[in-house]
Design a binder for this molecule. Structure first.
Ligand code: GDP
Length: 443
């Protein structure tokens, strides 16, 4: 799961806070010490950590929090807001040229995922009924042009290439002409990467930038390289004034240091996150949703968007409403499990559900389809009443359900317990969301 390590540690800290009726200054100080350690261990830049903790502490020892009836939740709310701010606040969308074509230039080190993400962006544009043109400007790595062509074929998006004898600057210039003549509204330029930043590469990128005047220079960085990614971002930004970053391989990043530091250290906003090798494994980067995920509050909105793209829209909206209102039954849970299977790797999806980290056995990467199959069998062995009111399931019913589903009473017990926990969490979060809304309305 994304940020798993960090998420687990922060959630442990906050669970302890949440349990307390009243917070003293030393409770807050202790929690902030743990937050500081958790962030440092997540490989977040130390200066960023220092500023972050200072800010949260200053707000959290305020009178309002210490006198609040739910001080623990109040502190979590502050951390949530500050994490969001740290990652750039509002979501940042891609710029569009008033006059077609819009040009995006992809830059980054070799292996960061530049070519893959050029393809992923093309796919997003294509879904939006746009007509992108891919441009192969990496003439140095022998397989690079071929890789882009294969992607282009797979997507049915044309690739502009002049082989590896013409200079990248000239290729980019001609590609732009070509796009204009053939009515392409977007041009995505895949540039060369190196293993390390070097002057020749930067000069070439600057010349391409001069020539095509891109609407966005998107830096592709590998989240798994942690603080190195931040340093890379710093260098590219100084030389090229990048307009945004695409943070790749977030699926393999359990720490989160790059995601949490890039914006604060370099001022570069993360615009997209790459979450897998497949062509549709890309998400717009929403700082607020990311913060929610880190704090175990789920990311229902991203889940809904994925759902809308791939499955029954009405069902998805219905599900979101139920989660908000916390009137979620075992039938919904079953429905959800089935839909979830279509959405992507289970561990990623689980991280987007509120309170899922509490549901032991479902939370980590060992969630597999077989386990899901057993849960489905258990719910299917229940009567309609049992599914809406699990409270009626006494011990003889448990035995019957276990026999009917080919599982054991322990498994049935575990599922019911987990479901109860999940409902509790949803109630808590929906209560919190309502309260925040109420506050906003008044202010
Ligand atoms: P480039 O040299 O920057 O063009 O990098 P590539 O696009 O060739 O990607 C390098 C490797 O990283 C390939 O094996 C990709 O499949 C893999 N990759 C790219 N993006 C992601 C991602 O978001 N998640 C994962 N797990 N792998 C990725």
């Amino acid at each position: 799961m994304v940020f798993e390590g960090l998420a687990n540690r922060l959630q442990d800290t906050f669970n302890r806070l949440r349990g307390k009726g009243k917070l003293s200054e030393s409770d807050v100080a202790e929690a902030m010490r743990e937050v500081r350690l958790a962030l440092l261990e997540a490989d977040v830049n130390f200066k960023v950590v220092k500023d972050f903790v200072a800010k949260v502490k200053e707000r959290a020892v305020g009178q309002e929090v210490l006198q609040s009836l739910t001080p623990g939740q109040h502190v979590i709310k502050i951390v949530n807001e500050e994490l969001t701010e740290l990652m750039g606040g509002a979501q940042s969308k891609l710029a569009i040229s008033p006059k077609a074509p819009t040009v995006y230039m992809m830059v980054g080190l070799q292996g960061a995922g530049k070519t893959t993400h050029t393809g992923k962006l093309a796919r997003l544009l294509q879904k939006d009924h746009k007509k992108p043109l891919l441009v192969a400007c990496d003439i140095y790595r022998p397989a690079a042009i071929k890789q882009l062509q294969v992607l282009g074929e797979q997507l049915d998006v044309p690739v502009f290439s002049l082989g590896n004898e013409v200079s990248p600057v000239e290729i980019a210039r001609q590609a732009l002409e070509h796009a204009k003549s053939y009515g392409h509204d977007y041009v995505l330029i895949d540039t060369a990467g190196r293993l390390h930043i070097d002057e020749a590469l930067m000069d070439e990128l600057k010349q391409i930038k001069e020539t095509v005047q891109p609407n966005e220079i998107l830096l592709v960085v590998d989240a798994m390289t942690g603080q190195d990614a931040v340093n890379v971002a710093e260098s590219f930004n100084t030389q090229l004034d990048v307009t945004g970053a695409i943070l790749t391989k977030l699926d393999g990043d359990t720490r989160g240091g790059a995601a949490l530091s890039i914006r604060a250290v370099t001022g570069t906003q993360i615009k997209f996150a790459g979450t897998g090798e497949k062509i549709d494994a890309i998400e717009p980067f929403h700082p607020d949703r990311m913060a929610s995920r880190i704090l175990g509050m789920g990311d229902v909105l991203t889940l809904i968007e994925k759902a809308q793209a791939s499955i029954d829209k009405d069902k998805a909206i219905d599900l979101e409403r139920k989660m908000r209102n916390a009137d979620f039954t075992l039938d919904d849970f079953l429905d959800q499990l089935q839909q979830v299977k279509q959405l992507g790797p289970l561990d990623q999806i689980m991280g987007m559900l509120p309170g899922m980290n509490k549901v032991k056995g479902l939370q980590n990467a060992n969630v597999d389809d077989k386990q899901i199959g057993r849960i489905e069998a258990i719910i299917r062995s229940m009567t309609p009443t049992e599914r809406t009111e699990p409270g009626v399931i006494n011990s003889s019913r448990r035995k019957r359900i276990a026999a009917g589903s080919g599982t054991s009473v322990q498994e049935v017990n575990r599922l019911l317990k987990q479901f109860e926990e999940m409902q509790k969490m949803m109630k808590q979060f929906s209560g919190m969301a309502k309260k925040m809304k109420g506050k906003k309305g008044k202010g």
